[in-house]
Design a protein around this ligand. Sequence first.
Ligand code: PAZ
Length: 386
Amino acid sequence: MLSDIPSETPPENLAALAEDHYFAANPPPKDLANHVALAREFIDYHAAAGRRLVLVTSGGTTVPLEKQTVRFIDNFSAGTRGATSAEYFLEAGYAVVFLHRQFSLLPFSRHYSHATDCFLDFLREGPNGSVVARDEDAARMLHVLRKYRDARDRNMLLLLPFVSISDYLHELRNVAQLMRPLGPQGLLYLAAAVSDFFVPPDRMSEHKIQSTNAVDAFKKNNGSSSRPANEEEETFDNFDSSPTVPRSKSLIIDLDPVPKFLKNLVEGWSPQGMIVSFKLETDPAILVHKARYSLDRYQHHLVIGNLLSTRKWEVVFVSPGNPDRWIRVPFRKNGGGLADTEKEEPVDPKSLPEGEPEVEIESLIIPAVQGLHSKYIQTMETKGQA
Ligand code: PAZ
């Protein structure tokens, strides 16, 4: 537990101690060794080719409530940002490690895996019992298929799934450390929606949390009956006169904060790679402030701020020594006129047109990140650190 760390510990040792405590207490995912082997081979292959490589994290992390997990806390992220960004990074020539929430959106297949875009809707029966793409969808599907095949055939994309917050952190730490030989050619693009709270293992129930007191009575009676030994006991629901209706329990969940490992990532796991984090907020008034605060606190290279309601329309780049830079897809306002894409404050969500933007904002974000990455590599080379 973090509370075990002695209070007199010097601040510079706190991050390392918190890391040791967390990773010792929270077991790694069962596939970690396999994922590490795959990632090592992939990274070494691209490092030997002198290619840029990006780790894209994507999707939400779960917070299990039980060790044998039946219930967990989750968040909204479908992995759209991560899966879409991965495609544009591939287009820009990067090799991509795609660390994603299991069953969230994947590069390429994302075009056909949504409930609204079921792949079956794009198919029709062809001649002699065959199945072919519908004529109106064939050209686009062929375009996506070619890009997918190219990425696969040239070994440019490695998919690594995670589920829980601790799986994610174990995977992130290992992959980031494996990226060290890439030096500044390595880019970490952290778009996953990572939980800020979790149930520490020493407070986590082994078995499914019970919703009634029936099992307590059963255990008290040494397994002979679920009825209370004494009818006076408050084991049964007092709104029901029948003594066979167990009392329903309320559930109070006490969550600890997840340690912030961005400092460890920047200073220890991947000290030469360029690190881009995302900051999600819902209140436009605090977005830029929170992004700037994160940058100052962790001393990394870029924070991309976005608001839940407008994240497909605009983001803000916050980086050291630069003015905030808003990146926006061009759009016509609800009222009709073309919106000011240069505006230096969040758009009013009410002014946005209905539905999805015509341009994917990642097609603007990735070239901008690539430009900053080029500058970063140059600076590191000048400093003699590449
Ligand atoms: O997965 P998605 O496309 O629906 O959402 C993307 C996002 C909002 C999770 C991402 O852009 C982001 O902000 N990630 C970091 C979230 C955070 O502050 O932890």
